[in-house]
Design a protein. Structure first.
Length: 385
């Protein structure tokens, strides 16, 4: 974009940095006295009258510091308070002119979802006050260049879905006031440089779908309170560096589809309360370091397709409660190091009141790498393997 003159009678037109999204910068009289001087800037080819807050097209303005790539969103117009979502969505996209958000006073704003989403030129975020926001979903979604997020307040938000999703270069999340959110889906999904997850209050959360999806460098996660959680599908999928899990309270969880899939270094799993879980599809699939399974309570289990598929270090098939199980295709497929347990589980399922309707490949190649496992596998009918 080119520079366009837009100056008041006493203003001086400033030059934007090369490739910057700002099309015009104007020296103002700095009425808020925030910095040595501030400037007004204009996006696109539209204009805004700050005196009476008259908006033309989609333009907007704020106060920024004198440094050309440090932006201080301190001024707040009533336009923001009226719930304008995605105000800066896709604005800062030029990584050659990385931007530091030095502050954003959005007190009073109730809707800010997608506010900075897809702003791939934002490098750092500091002190963003979103304390009145009720829906904080997607605010920093796709800010792929950001490395540090420090001081974000979303204390009133019930929905923080995808708040930091695809912040793929961010390794530091500090001083974040998350409040007591109800939905934490995808909040750190694809945060590929995240090593240690921050602790926050999840006691009200009912859904954590893809919460840490593909956080493949993350090694530790705190003991979150999941006491009211119902859905944790894909919660830790592809968290390849984690070797263990805390003893989460999962007593109300009903769905664990793909929850721990591809946690390749996970050697053990705690005795989670899975008494309410109905869906275990691919829950532990491809956990190639998993050697054993505790006596999980599976009384509510209805579907367990690929539940332990290709857990190639597993040595024993647990005798789970399968009374309500209807789908178990590929449940232990590819578990070729199993030595015992497959025959007992098959016998139980084949003789229970209601035999699982879909059981194709349930024990495909299960135990074929051991002599005792091969002997058991030979006694299981072909339609189960």
């Amino acid at each position: 974009m080119g520079i366009k003159s837009w100056a008041t009678t006493n203003g001086v037109v400033l030059t934007a940095p090369s490739g910057a999204i700002v099309t015009a910068l104007v020296d103002s009289d700095n009425p808020l006295a925030i910095r040595p001087f501030t400037v007004r800037f204009q996006f696109g080819d539209s204009s805004y009258d700050p005196t009476n807050e008259t908006w033309i097209s989609e333009s907007f303005w704020t106060q920024v510091s004198s440094s050309p790539n440090i932006w201080d969103f301190t001024y707040q117009s009533t336009y923001w308070k009226n719930g304008n979502n995605g105000l800066f969505e896709g604005v800062f996209t030029d990584r050659n002119n990385l931007v530091t958000i030095l502050g954003a006073n959005l007190a009073g704003v109730t809707h800010a979802n997608e506010l900075f989403s897809e702003c791939a030129g934002i490098y750092e975020v500091h002190n963003v006050d979103l304390s009145s926001v009720l829906d904080a979903s997607d605010i920093f979604l796709g800010c792929t260049a950001v490395t540090t997020i420090d001081g974000v307040n979303v204390q009133s938000a019930t929905n923080i879905t995808s708040l930091f999703e695809h912040c793929s270069n961010c390794s530091t999340f500090s001083n974040i006031n998350f409040g007591h959110p109800t939905y934490v889906d995808q909040v750190f999904s694809y945060c590929e440089h995240l090593v240690s997850a921050p602790l926050f209050d999840t006691s009200n959360a009912v859904s954590a779908n893809q919460m840490f999806y593909n956080c493949y460098r993350m090694t530790t996660v705190p003991l979150y309170d999941f006491g009211n959680l119902i859905d944790m599908d894909y919660c830790f999928t592809y968290c390849r560096a984690m070797t263990s899990l805390p003893q989460f309270n999962t007593s109300k969880v009903e769905s664990m589809k793909n929850t721990f899939q591809n946690m390749e270094r996970l050697a053990t799993i705690p005795l989670l309360d899975t008494s309410s879980v109905k869906f275990f599809d691919n829950a532990f699939g491809y956990c190639s370091s998993l050697t054993s399974v505790p006596a999980l309570n599976t009384r509510s289990m209805m579907s367990a397709m690929s539940m332990f598929t290709y857990c190639t270090s597993l040595t024993a098939v647990p005798l789970l409660n399968t009374a309500n199980l209807d789908y178990c295709s590929a449940m232990f497929a590819g578990c070729h190091r199993v030595e015992t347990g497959a025959l007992d589980l098959y016998t139980q399922m084949a003789n229970q009141l209601v035999v699982p309707a879909q059981h194709v490949q349930c024990f495909q190649s299960c135990g074929q790498g051991t002599s005792s496992g091969s002997a058991e596998l030979a006694q299981i009918p072909s339609d189960w393997k």
